[in-house]
Design a protein around this ligand. Structure first.
Ligand code: CAA
Length: 248
């Protein structure tokens, strides 16, 4: 908790489309929100935009794909703000392409940023949560980790791995009042999704029974639900939020 007794939430990859919506929603729901950023220029623009909206949310630098960098950031947050009660592992990138053409660096960048980051951050907040007997750990995975996607062997592997992590850790820490869950969004109207070639995206949206992209606020609402005290009996779960695109 921070000094005013608010639960502290760390959202990784806060400056992206989903991260921004989560930060705003969690802030309005009464959390002390801190965001993680990787690119200074993006962080400056983000901060300015939020300030113009009258919102003041601190951002901390950290390369979550790197254990030492993530640890330094977490230590800094815990010293300046307070203990982290809720961790949202949201940072993620794409390097789409068929496996036959995929360069090793595109494989490693995606696995390091999307999956190894989950270990790097969770490992370094977990002891505090165990000591305080409270914690919420939320992975932002993807429908493409549940069903696969042409051109995303790296991304789908990393996103599917996140849920294996969730299920195992949920068992390990349930007795300490810590819940661990995954959210698997479908195609949401973020810059990442809008970068998909128009024709390909139109074909994808045509497969969504709701016939539209999801809203970032819709995912943020689910994050806030899982972060809440009232969600204390939900753990090891994977929440699909995809407009019916993949039903399992
Ligand atoms: N299924 C089957 N075949 C397909 C296909 C598909 N979905 N898409 C393309 N192909 C075929 C093409 O018809 C073509 O076949 P021929 O050579 O016989 O004509 C062949 O594959 C090559 O197609 P491309 O020229 O498109 O291949 P490419 O290697 O240049 O590009 C790609 C591939 C970059 C992956 C491109 O298809 C693409 O961008 N796809 C979208 C991937 C996607 O959905 N990414 C999601 C990003 S957002 C995100 O990840 C957020 C989230 O969690 C949802």
């Amino acid at each position: 908790m921070d000094k005013s007794n608010k639960r502290v939430v760390l959202v990784t990859g806060a400056t992206g489309g989903l991260g921004t919506a989560m930060c705003k929603k969690l802030h309005s729901d009464g959390y002390r929100v801190v965001g993680n950023y990787h690119t200074k220029e993006k962080a400056d623009v983000w901060m300015q935009n939020l300030n113009e909206e009258g919102l003041h949310i601190e951002l901390f630098f950290g390369d979550v794909s790197n254990f030492e960098s993530a640890g330094k950031m977490i230590a800094e947050i815990e010293e300046k703000i307070g203990n982290i009660d809720v961790l949202v592992n949201n940072a993620g990138i794409t390097r789409d392409g068929r496996l036959i053409n995929m360069k090793p660096e595109d494989w490693h960048a995606v696995v390091n940023t999307n999956l190894n980051s989950v270990f790097n951050c969770t490992r370094q907040v977990l002891q505090g949560m165990i000591d305080r007997k409270f914690g919420r750990i939320i992975q932002i995975s993807s429908v493409n980790g549940q069903r696969g996607q042409f051109g995303q062997t790296n991304y789908s592997a990393a996103k599917a791995g996140m849920h294996g992590f969730t299920k195992s850790l949920a068992m390990e820490v349930a007795k300490y009042g810590i819940t661990v869950n995954t959210i698997s969004p479908g195609y949401i109207g973020t810059d990442m999704v809008m970068a998909v070639p128009e024709k390909v995206l139109a074909q994808i949206v045509a497969q969504v029974p709701m016939g539209r992209l999801g809203g970032t606020n819709e995912v943020a609402h689910l994050v806030s639900f899982l972060a809440s005290e009232e969600s204390s009996f939900i753990t090891g779960a994977n929440y699909s939020i995809n407009g019916g695109q993949h039903v399992s």
